[in-house]
Design a protein around this ligand. Structure first.
Ligand code: AMP
Ligand code: ZN
Length: 301
């Protein structure tokens, strides 16, 4: 089954609903049920760690977004929210442009909101504002819809998708220990679902020529690992979970410090909720009632 036939199957069975835009889909109740059950499985593995749950809407402050450096690294993926802020005359022009099928977006002005590119982005400035870290550091559990401008016919590459993340903030030892434990847990979890998996070192899609160096450095330093599951094809398995160690990057950018003034290290583990659901649909078929008993038991108990 290729990516094209997989997406056709998902559409024809109503699991995903077409909108005319690649990567922007409606989800069926059955699809959401699988996401809910996978969320519960994640909580079964990580719920005992005492993470603080935080929910942000899928937008971040433009000021914080600018400071985050995202436009330096991933300008091709960012999505900004623009709005009409004109007067009556501007409105008349806008309506005329719409009527004539002309470009009406030139008058749209940037708002103070940018679409969230990764669930953890709004967290760091909030943690910095809360003051010095306790000795035990902090652990957060976040979920957000995220936007990335990467339209694709591959159902696993969406423009709006959900990411659940655990974020650990503390000493290098605390943060590395967290990432190690989730590397093991992630494999156990996906193994329980009977899905084939590999874990590999990875890099983020840094933009441009300078980005090549950043990507190489990230790989060479082992800062990003991914858990991959074949979904669209056997040859190019899909990253469904990510394990990222940012070292001091976000701690020094936002000024997150311990009691003694030492800059905090951070790491996050990200679950691509739609990707895991799609992996399950791909491997077990479009009818969740017909999924293998063992898999149903893990998800539905
Ligand atoms: P990343 O920050 O790129 O490591 O993304 C975290 C997780 O989100 C990845 O492991 C994927 O499972 C998921 N993800 C990233 N990009 C997309 C996308 N375009 N569509 C669906 N899921 C995605
Ligand atoms: Zn993150």
């Amino acid at each position: 089954m290729t990516a094209a036939t997989l997406i056709d199957d998902l559409f024809s069975s109503g699991i995903l609903i077409e909108t005319g835009v690649d990567g922007l889909y409606g989800r069926s109740g059955a699809f959401e049920e699988v996401i809910d059950r996978f969320n519960a499985l994640i909580t079964r593995f990580g719920g005992g760690d005492g993470a603080t749950r935080v929910h942000f809407p899928p937008g971040i402050s433009r000021t914080q977004f600018e400071k985050s450096g995202y436009m330096k690294s991933f300008p091709q993926l960012a999505g900004t929210v623009h709005a009409f802020v004109g007067n009556d005359a501007d409105h008349c022009r806008l309506l005329a442009q719409l009527q004539a099928g002309e470009d009406w977006t030139e008058g749209q002005k940037p708002t103070d909101i940018v679409l969230t590119p990764a669930a953890c982005y709004p967290l760091y400035p909030a943690v910095a504002k809360a003051g010095a870290l306790p000795d035990a550091g902090k652990l957060y559990d976040l979920t957000s819809y995220c936007f990335r401008h990467e339209p694709s016919k591959e159902p696993t590459r969406m423009q709006l998708f959900r990411m659940r993340e655990f974020v650990r903030i503390g000493t290098p030892e605390q943060v590395r220990g967290f990432r190690e434990s989730w590397l093991t847990r992630g494999q156990e979890m996906i193994g329980l679902l009977g899905l084939p998996l590999t874990v590999d070192v990875a890099n983020d899609p840094f933009f441009g020529r300078a980005g090549k160096m950043l990507a190489n450095n990230q790989r060479d330093s082992g800062l990003k690992f991914e858990l991959l599951i074949p979904v669209n094809s056997e040859e190019n398995p899909t990253a469904c979970l990510s394990f990222n160690y940012h070292q001091e990057h976000f701690g020094s950018l936002w000024g997150i410090k311990g009691e003694g003034g030492e800059v905090a290290h951070t790491a996050c583990v990200g679950f691509g909720m739609e990707r895991v659901a799609l992996a399950l649909f791909k491997h077990y078929g479009m009818d969740t009632d017909a999924w293998p008993e063992g898999v149903r038991k893990v998800l539905w108990g």
